[in-house]
Design a protein around this ligand. Structure first.
Ligand SMILES: [Zn+2]
Length: 241
């Protein structure tokens, strides 16, 4: 059973070394100032507006294996998190990007690393048991689950690129929940199931269950707090046909 995998994530150390080696990409730009319309009633003094938790995410396509994916995948993952009441800020990084303690790295790999002892068709993996500031997504197995040949990824029609990227975004959202709210278990179906098939990936709309959304919001609030990170078993989601 995929959930029971006890392998350690062999790529962690090397990847961290790469990511920490060189400088840091610029953060996303500030948003524009927004004026309050004249007829809008101002909030009573002394009552702060409700604070929406915000998660800072960095997309790192290590080998530039799917340059088209960031736009749609980030949009899909953000929509799923927005439904849960979590705002997102994305930065498009690369293998040299060094991230801050309040950021979560989404690392897109062309395939699962040899020797990582990950289960067959693993689409994503996150160190288990504690909050993680890095999660991995494996393009080749997302393609496999969708029935798209690996070699075709560079010559997909624009609509197929959007489909692949949206599926990646759903795997990313799944792994974000593991990284931010590690106490959330896999569910029997839906976005947090440990297997995700083509039919689910092609649905017009997917979302988290209310309890998963609440756990995610609480996790995002706590995410920037320091935590002990170390080698840990990996929580994974595998493709299904
Ligand atoms: Zn999982």
């Amino acid at each position: 059973m995929v959930h029971g995998n006890r392998g350690r994530h062999a790529v962690c150390g090397a990847l961290f070394a790469i990511l920490l080696a060189i400088g840091r990409a610029a953060s996303a730009g500030d948003s524009e100032g927004i004026r309050v319309p004249l007829r809008e009633v101002p909030a009573p003094p002394g009552i702060p507006p409700p604070r929406e938790p915000r998660l800072r995410l960095v997309w790192i396509d290590v080998l530039d294996s799917a340059p088209f994916a960031f736009r749609y995948a980030s949009r899909e993952a953000s929509a799923i998190l927005a439904d849960a009441g979590v705002a997102t800020t994305w930065t498009l990084g690369d293998a040299s990007t060094v991230t801050g303690e309040d950021e979560l790295k989404i690392v897109l790999m062309p395939g699962a690393a040899n020797g990582a002892r990950l289960p067959a068709h693993v689409m994503g993996g996150t160190p288990r048991g504690a909050r993680s500031h890095t999660t991995w997504v494996y393009l080749s197995n997302v393609l496999w689950a969708l029935g798209v040949a690996d070699r075709a990824v560079r010559s997909l029609a624009p609509s197929d690129e959007a489909t692949v990227a949206r599926a990646l975004g759903r795997v990313v959202a799944h792994e974000i929940v593991h990284a931010v709210a590690p106490e959330v278990p896999h569910s029997r179906s839906g976005l947090m199931a440990d297997r995700m098939g083509r039919g689910f990936m092609l649905l017009a709309h997917v979302g988290l269950a209310p309890a998963q959304q609440a756990a995610l919001r609480a996790g995002v609030h706590a995410f920037a707090a320091p935590s002990l990170e170390g080698a840990a078993p990996v929580e994974v989601v595998a493709g299904r046909r």
